[in-house]
Design a protein around this ligand. Structure first.
Ligand SMILES: Cc1cc2nc3c(=O)[nH]c(=O)nc-3n(C[C@H](O)[C@H](O)[C@H](O)COP(=O)(O)OP(=O)(O)OC[C@H]3O[C@@H](n4cnc5c(N)ncnc54)[C@H](O)[C@@H]3O)c2cc1C
Length: 396
């Protein structure tokens, strides 16, 4: 066994495994160690919000076990262990099993934690969030425990809430979506696209309760009741929260690393501490628009490729590309490239009778985002080029 210090990756999600793969392609000998709080199986997280209709259970979504990943990567993978502290001067991490491990370099791929609404009521703890394969297993079990189709109330009509709504009704359940905004996907999509989604759902058992929020979840004779701020109430068997994620920064903050919304990284994915990198949902990347969190698969893959190369000896900057997010709502094919958070401007939508294409234009008349129905790869890439050109013009 080599005496060389290992590259340690904390986490076993898509970001951790992507950077491990990229590193191993280029460096076959440096010891590689992954430490993760979960059981460290590898799975494609986006499938969590479109697997119900396909009848897939959690076990079927698991692509590879930790053992299989360890063999493929030539790595040691420790599951069920939480990293509790980092000593960036000594270059060590402390683990929940009492061990202190020394690293050559450290990668933080810690993900994000679901935001929990402060809800009153004796059943507030029954509210589920699905941000991990294990959470999905719990949701599946709750649904399976019911004698028939479930009444599911979803808190939050953003990307994840809408995907779950669509998937649950396709799986035979009834859904009520609750959101403080006036329309679903309000933060990401043009009003015309939200309207198109609402229209596509018109004949489905999806009830929209917009412009209000849940205030309490209580036990009722036949399940649960969700009380809303507007004074109404919704009967439910299952309550699912999809109100957003908060990057996991506590470990980094406690270690003195620079954090904002996420763990702040430079163009190489390096944090403010020497030899420590971060990527994925926990990271705050540096972009032309300032620090930003990008909780999607495409950016984490680009970051993983660059960080993997840097750690293997070739310093490589992360080149982030704005990409359209494909919304996995089978009822309506939608792709969205929202404008950067805080952009001011307006949406201009064109409906040619077949599809709607919407562009977000800022006050200087520059396109900053887009969204469309019935997208194809060719259409997405044409709009992406248009967006890139507009961006280049704005910078020149
Ligand atoms: C339902 C759903 C659908 C989605 N659909 C899409 C989609 O269609 N397209 C898209 O681009 N993106 C989608 N996303 C987002 C995408 O899946 C995430 O951006 C990506 O999976 C994040 O990966 P990650 O590795 O950064 O985080 P995670 O998968 O959250 O992994 C974090 C890892 O860190 C470990 N960990 C955390 N803290 C510690 C600690 N202190 N010690 C040890 N281990 C620790 C955890 O156990 C876990 O293994 C979706 C997300 C969800 C929830």
């Amino acid at each position: 066994m080599s005496d060389a210090l290992p590259l340690i990756i904390v986490g076993a999600g898509m970001a951790a495994y992507a950077v491990a793969r990229e590193f191993r392609k280029l460096d076959k000998t440096t010891p590689l160690l992954l430490v993760s709080s979960d059981q460290a199986g590898s799975y494609a997280k986006p499938m969590l919000s479109n697997a119900l209709a396909m009848g897939k259970g959690a076990a079927q979504l698991l692509s590879f076990s930790a053992e299989q990943m360890a063999a493929t990567l030539g790595a040691t993978i420790v599951g069920g262990v939480t990293v509790s502290d980092i000593d960036s001067s000594a270059r060590t991490i402390g683990c929940s099993d009492g061990r202190t491990l020394a690293y050559r370099d450290l990668v933080l791929a810690l993900g994000a934690t679901p935001i929990r609404l402060a809800l009153a009521g004796d059943a507030a703890e029954r509210v589920l969030s699905v941000n991990h394969l294990d959470d999905y297993a719990v949701l599946r079990q709750r649904l399976a425990d019911l004698p028939g189709p479930a009444r599911v109330t979803i808190l939050g009509a953003g990307l994840i809430g809408c995907e779950f709504a669509d998937d649950l009704v396709a799986g035979g359940h009834q859904v009520t979506l609750i959101d403080p905004n006036a329309r679903p996907l309000a933060a990401l999509a043009a009003p015309a696209l939200s309207d198109a989604l609402v229209k596509a759902w018109a004949a489905l058992p999806i009830t929209l309760k917009m412009r209000t929020t849940a205030s309490a979840v209580r036990r009722a004779e036949d399940g649960l009741v969700v009380e809303l701020a507007d004074g109404s109430a919704v009967a439910a068997d299952v309550v699912l929260s999809a109100v957003g994620l908060r990057p996991a920064i506590a470990l980094a903050t406690a270690a003195g690393l620079a954090t904002g919304r996420g763990i702040v990284v430079d163009q190489f994915g390096a944090t403010s501490a020497a030899g420590i990198y971060a990527l994925g949902d926990c990271a705050e990347y540096s972009t032309d628009h300032g620090g930003t969190v990008l909780p999607y698969v495409a950016p984490l893959l680009l970051a993983a490729r660059a960080i993997g190369a840097t750690l293997a000896g070739t310093p490589t900057p992360i080149v982030l590309k704005t990409d359209a997010v494909v919304v996995k709502t089978a009822s309506l094919k939608l792709a969205l490239a929202p404008p950067p958070v805080g952009s001011t401007g307006s949406w201009v939508a064109v409906d040619d009778g077949e599809r709607i294409v919407a562009r977000f234009v800022d006050q200087a008349g520059i396109m900053r985002g887009f969204g469309l129905t019935l997208h194809t790869p060719a259409l997405r890439s044409a709009l992406m080029s248009e967006l890139d050109k507009a961006h280049a013009t704005a910078l020149s």
